[in-house]
Ligand binder design. Structure first.
Ligand SMILES: *Cc1c(COP(=O)(O)O)cnc(C)c1O
Length: 371
């Protein structure tokens, strides 16, 4: 996190119906509309982590008996399918191999088969580092009369998210990935079409805290605010500051920075003789899944870099457990310093296990992309 976000978090806590706080709420709503490319969506931060955004989208848009097509190409798609089942929906999953993007042709087959209420997918799959084509998938949803739910927890702030251009219905994110604010809030956007679908529900959504209609009585602002829950005031100061920082840098500039840091890291990894899991054209800049070479104790490498360099590298999840390391270059950690730190630490940990690697050459390859 930026020191400015940390400082914002420690500002005095005021009341959640204080006029000053209400002005901050309006600022945050407008900033989220701008960041998500969603001028006509209702945009609010939900008072819980990214998973709450996922649950809010699923519980508000699905009713018992509705058909939901859920693309699963990693851990988070699987979580959406579990939730849709709990909402009472008839769940059809479209599976792709972990490390591959969602295949639009398979999704189309599933949508063609029967009338579908919701198509849900993950834009940036954090468990694998694969990026799916959100524009194409949202377009398919429109074509077959389904509402789209897009998980942008890891994409928002790191690669373009454009709700209007995609014509997406529900988009949710998290604060602790590329926004570099603390965990605990979920930026959420809902289209007019999705709002109309909620208004036309036969029964109330089965969640109370993130029932969209109830939330808007507090966040909507028209005709005064009524108490719904006590907003996490200080966390919202932190989110606000992280959005100010992002707009100071410029959204496009932030995307370019993430892309450049990824190129530098990938060049260094390649010079070290390591390979990435995902094909170059579908790689996320902010999440790099690196294949563990044969004969290397992957957990020992993570322990080494954590103890010696105070650097945490993510482990593989699900079928990728023990097979990959996951290196995040998100928000405030997408910098040349972090790229060089990570490569240096990784080379040292690999060398400690007898892996032949020339640290100076690795840094040279990365630096060539940073020049
Ligand atoms: C992190 C993440 C989530 C869950 O967010 P939490 O803040 O951990 O609840 C959901 N989807 C994706 C793609 C994520 O990376």
């Amino acid at each position: 996190m930026s020191p400015r976000v940390l400082a914002a978090l420690s500002r005095p806590t005021i009341g959640h119906l204080d006029p000053e706080f209400q002005a901050l709420m309006e600022d945050i709503k407008a900033a989220l509309q701008r960041l998500m490319g969603a001028p006509d969506h209702a945009c609010i931060p939900l008072p819980a982590p990214g998973t709450a955004g996922m649950e809010a989208a699923i519980m508000n848009l699905l009713e018992p008996g509705d058909r939901a097509v859920i693309a699963v190409n990693g851990a988070f798609g699987g979580r959406m399918a579990d939730m849709a089942g709990r909402a009472g929906a008839e769940v059809v999953t479209v599976e792709d191999e972990w490390g591959k993007p969602v295949d639009p042709a398979k999704v189309e087959e599933a949508l063609k088969a029967a009338p579908t209420k919701v198509l849900a997918f993950v834009h940036a799959e954090t468990s694998t580092g694969a990026r799916s084509d959100a524009a194409a998938l949202c377009k398919l949803a429109r074509q077959y009369g389904a509402l789209s739910i897009v998980d942008t927890v890891t994409s928002l702030g790191g690669i373009p998210v454009d709700a209007a251009a995609w014509d997406a219905d529900a988009i949710y994110s998290g604060t602790q990935k590329c926004l570099s604010a603390p965990p605990g809030l979920s930026p959420f956007a809902l289209s007019k079409r999705a709002q109309a679908a909620i208004a036309a529900r036969k029964e109330k959504p089965r969640n109370w805290l993130c029932d969209f209609g109830l939330l808007m009585s507090y966040w909507g602002g028209e005709g005064g605010r009524t108490y719904h829950h006590t907003a996490p005031i200080n966390a919202l100061y932190g989110l606000h500051e992280s959005l100010v920082l992002l707009f100071e840098e410029g959204q496009q500039a932030a995307y370019v920075r993430h892309a450049r840091m990824h190129e530098a890291l990938a060049a260094g990894l390649e010079a070290a003789g390591l390979k990435l899991l995902v094909d170059a054209e579908h790689r996320l800049p902010q999440l790099n899944a690196v294949l563990v070479p044969d004969g290397i104790d992957e957990a020992a490498v993570r322990t080494h870099v954590l103890k010696a360099w105070d650097l945490e590298i993510g482990a593989g999840l699900g079928p990728l457990k023990g097979k990959v390391w996951r290196i995040g270059l998100m928000g405030a950690s997408a910098t040349p310093w972090h790229v060089r730190l990570c490569l240096t630490a990784l080379c040292e940990a690999l060398a400690a296990q007898g892996f032949k690697v020339n640290g100076a050459e690795v840094l040279k390859a990365a630096d060539a992309k940073l020049a």
